[in-house]
Write a new protein. Structure first.
Length: 592
């Protein structure tokens, strides 16, 4: 990497890395707020108060400031004040400005790349190939799996957490070499701030001794002892967290979109979680297709007898076995495997239920292991096949870069993201629900009747998909019923609302919707009666009664239509119901 008198040194490498980190993500600057951005920014009353809201942020749980708190349902209290404080300060000076928010995320990512490069170059890889840090960071900067973290404003917490952990590790390494108390305290403080940004920072307790053992040749005992102060910091964090959010960390959730293993048996849940670990690794090597939503039922439950589980388990056990087999040799492969397993552990659903089976943002820190492995493999191959290795690396970098820029486009706004990702996640209940809501909201503001009908049909299509892939839930039937109601398909609406009523007959929304449609069907029956279509009118009255058996007028007219067909038996049965419901109801022969 030398041309004439020019040397591609550390300064040039750093500048290029920052330039790439910014350049590949600059298209997100013009994007809107999407998904959970409303929870932390646009509809968060504490953040909306700017600097004045910081005391409330510090003294409350993560989502307490959300204006629609009652709509949220997830297990576990969350205490992440640092991320919200950063957004509150941003709001103080710029308001809810998506351009500023996205620009800040891009700059945070660029800062992260710079700090990571300095850490790897100056300390971790100082005895390795002098370009290993550069290639590792280059792969990290272009990897498409990071698009969610950078393009989603809410995920600034992932960026801040990793930045704080990199600073913490750097200063702790400096302390281990120079015995600087100041560096030691800075390292502990940054770790504490990282915990206050995201709980996943706790895995850092395992990473520090791992780094000291593999790259600084400390004994296992000495490396582990070094992490004891980090444990005390974590205990302090947990005490503070307890004081703020209490002990309700694992509240039961009955919504399958926030509890993906709700309907799985114990063996199915275990097998599926193991398979998802394999899927995480697969996304690192082949990040396609990507999606913001992998929830129920996009990744179907599998059993322990499934070949998918068996192969995934064999791979995981093989990787772990290899890591421990080469542990004493301090191989980079062993470090990368253990680093990946440690950093992914807390979001694997094995330790705690995190409310989603898989999310691309959870690979943000673990993906560093992949980048190190690929970079190491590149330099190994380059020793014998220099041209081939360079071609392969350039191909990977170009492919990842193009995918990153293209994927960023999907995060333009809520509608674009949902309608893009429903193609890659067609079996996700949540994403079909989002798509349904998008087209129903379009109906409310659209004046063109043809477009209204088109939007309703699309909403109905996504609603039907929800019903197909999700266990029976009253609310889903009710939502879909309303769609068909507005399409004037009362028969289909009646069928769906009847199912919803059967699943949860005491639900107020179900009862109200059923009464509304019962009245509509009753009126439709009257219209058919006036057209002398007695058989069709009878069917409408029957459906009206099925939805609301207290609809006296529907019973009355049903009896009248039977009477006109000379079916006195059924006419008398219907009229008997009228008398039971309203003994004072009048009977007029001239009505028929």
């Amino acid at each position: 990497m030398r041309s004439g008198s020019f040397t591609f040194g550390i300064k040039h490498q750093l500048i290029l890395l920052v330039f790439i980190a910014i350049g590949l993500n600059v298209n997100t600057i013009f994007h809107e707020y999407v998904l959970d951005d409303v929870i932390v920014m646009t509809e968060n009353k504490f953040v909306g108060e700017g600097i004045k809201g910081i005391p409330k942020i510090i003294s409350q749980s993560y989502v307490k400031g959300y204006n629609k708190l009652d709509e949220l349902e997830f297990s576990g209290g969350r205490y992440r004040p640092v991320a919200l404080i950063a957004l509150a300060i941003e709001y103080q000076f710029f308001g809810a400005n998506p351009m500023v928010s996205h620009l800040i995320n891009i700059l945070l990512f660029a800062l992260l790349i710079a700090l990571l490069y300095k850490l790897l170059q100056a300390y971790i890889f100082r005895e390795q190939n002098k370009y290993l840090a550069f290639v590792t960071c280059l792969l990290f900067a272009v990897h498409p799996i990071h698009t969610e973290v950078i393009a989603n404003v809410k995920s600034s917490d992932e960026l801040i957490t990793f930045i704080l952990l990199i600073i913490s590790l750097t200063t702790l390494i400096q302390h281990s070499e120079k015995k600087s108390i100041a560096k030691f305290l800075i390292g502990l403080f940054c770790f504490f701030l990282a915990l206050l940004t995201r709980e996943t920072a706790v895995t850092f307790i395992g990473i520090v001794p791992l780094v000291l053992y593999f790259f600084f040749y400390q004994s296992i005992k000495k490396a582990v002892l070094f992490s004891i102060p980090l444990i005390f910091v974590f205990i302090g964090y947990m005490l503070l967290r307890y004081m703020i959010v209490g002990i309700n960390y694992f509240n039961p959730v009955n919504d399958v979109t926030n509890a993906p293993y709700l309907y799985a048996t114990a063996t199915e849940a275990f097998a599926t979680k193991v398979f998802i670990l394999f899927k995480y690794i697969g996304l690192l090597f082949f990040p396609y297709p990507l999606s913001f939503e992998y929830g129920f039922n996009q990744i179907p439950y599998i059993d322990v007898k499934s070949m998918s589980f068996i192969l995934s388990l064999v791979l995981m056990l093989s990787l772990i076995a290899y890591a421990f087999f080469t542990f004493k040799k301090r191989s980079l492969a062993s470090f990368c495997i253990l680093y990946f397993m440690i950093t992914i552990s807390l979001v694997s659903n094995f330790v705690v239920d995190i409310g989603t089976p898989l999310a691309e943002r959870f690979l943000f820190q673990p993906s560093l292991a992949f980048c190190i492995l690929v970079a190491t493999f590149f330099f190994t191959v380059q020793k014998k096949f220099k041209i081939l290795a360079n071609v392969i690396l350039i191909f990977i970098l170009l492919l990842f870069s193009v995918k990153t820029v293209h994927r960023n486009g999907a995060w333009k706004n809520y509608e674009t993201l949902v309608l893009t990702d429903i193609i890659s996640s067609p079996n996700s209940v949540r994403i079909n629900q989002f798509a349904t809501n998008i087209f129903l909201s379009k109906v409310k503001i659209e004046e063109n009747k043809k477009l209204k009908e088109e939007y309703l049909k699309k909403a109905a299509g996504y609603g039907e998909q929800m019903i197909k892939i999700c266990p029976p839930i009253p609310d889903l039937y009710m939502r879909l019923g309303y769609t068909y109601f507005y399409l004037f398909d009362y028969t289909k609406a009646a069928e769906l609302w009847k199912k919803g009523c059967g699943l949860e007959p005491t639900e107020l929304a179900v009862e109200k919707a059923s009464e509304v449609l019962s009245t509509v069907l009753y009126k439709q029956g009257n219209s058919l009666y006036e057209q002398e279509k007695l058989d069709e009118a009878i069917l409408c009255y029957q459906k009206s009664i099925e939805l609301n058996n207290k609809n006296v007028e529907a019973w009355y007219n049903l009896g009248g239509n039977y009477f006109l067909k000379n079916d006195t038996t059924n006419a008398n049965k219907a009229w008997c119901h009228v008398k039971e419901l309203n003994p004072h109801h009048s009977f007029k022969k001239e009505d028929f």
